[in-house]
Design a protein around this ligand. Sequence first.
Ligand code: SAH
Ligand code: SF4
Ligand code: F3S
Length: 458
Amino acid sequence: MTTTLSPNVTRRVPSLSAVPNRVAALVNLQTFGCQMNEYDSELVRTILHGSGCSFTEDEAAADVILFNTCAIRETAHNRIYARLDALKEEKKERRDLVVGVLGCMSQNLKEGLLLRFPAVDLICGPDAYRQLPDLIARSRGLRERGTAIELSEYETYEDIAPTRVEGVNAWIAIMRGCDNFCTFCVVPYTRGRERSRDPRGIVEETCRLADQGYKQVTLLGQNANSYRCDGTDFADLMRQVAAVPGIARVRFTSPHPKDFPAKLLGAIASEDHLCKHIHLPLQAGSDRVLKKMNRDYTQDEFLRLVDQIRATIPNVALSTDIICGFPTESDDEFAETEKVMRGVEFDSAFMFKYSQRVGTIAAKLWDDDVPDLVKSQRVTHLVDLQRQISLRHHLTMVGGTVTVLIEGESRKSSAEWRARTDGNTIVVFADSSRTIGDICDVRIMEASANTLRGIPLT
Ligand code: SAH
Ligand code: SF4
Ligand code: F3S
């Protein structure tokens, strides 16, 4: 076992077979954060299955409780802190219980987590999951508190098939890590350097998924569109994945605006199976704030990219992320963000209050000086604005026909389906002759800011 105090980069990638430990434990694994964490939990399931573990949804029955955590905002940390405090009491009764923290929060806070939370027996970062059986075995057998938080330049878990939950969509990690170092963001520190998987492995995985009946794959990466492996770039990879028979839809997340060459836009426009939806995180509208964020584009460049995308891919849906209250962001600068949102009219948008993160460039250089109340007001203002824009867009779709993929039952009624358009809008409709995974046409009859309602066309 290796213990590190700093996020050292290691070249050693132990293979799964190099981890001989049998750990016949009943594990409760809980996942927080983004889709990459969901995917990593699927890898962790495979790794732990391989060493004799089984899984339970019931925390009270488990020998081992693992939290796969997120560090992106303080709210994500707070949820886990509350759970770890509660488990301190619980462990007085359940002396053999092992509690582990996986994922970005363990990588971010490192041994500080062990010092602060006596309930935690082990921490394991996103590049160290092959060491998890060993960590659990030592904790159960020797009552040793273990740490595995090395970041790797090479680890892609290429040889480990994720244990997927049934559904119509399968996630495929195509690259890991991020080299962009946006000054607000913790991801480059929790996920390490960018590395891409071999395209042949990705296409083979897609073929297996198609054989298993998946209709949609979503290519995942912290910076998915900077994918590059030998001669294959992201546009090439998208075309190869889209060509796999049986896969009707290919999506990707999350991209960065800096990596949208004409070749990629051309591929999305011309390949039927590539969804006409692009997530284009703006973060802020003011050039001064964008520069301070190290986002690598100006407002004008962003707007020109939007024009180019819309000219190349007619009817493309665009979504975005916005941070409100970055250090020193003034009211006038915030108004620039609002101006861009009014001008572009994104189909949907996620708004966040700036949250200062340990170890980031922004935390080192600038005070978190925008009052919390102002951040909240800015977020609320943009959420209201986006609701109006989304509603307006959706109303224009009433009377028209959309093609949807049925994902499951609607949240409100098991008599209705929840389906999704290629552009990522949710459509609710009733049709007892259809089932999950079907693709069909629906005439839109009603619209709200979040959802469309319709009737099926035969
Ligand atoms: N790799 C993706 C996004 C990763 S995090 C990208 O570059 O777009 C998802 C979103 O969380 C970011 O787009 C950003 O809007 C938000 N975010 C990241 N760090 C944050 C912070 N410190 N405070 C508030 N929001 C943050
Ligand atoms: Fe974070 Fe920026 Fe990387 Fe996205 S591109 S993960 S916001 S550093
Ligand atoms: Fe959170 Fe890590 Fe994802 S910080 S958003 S779980 S990459």
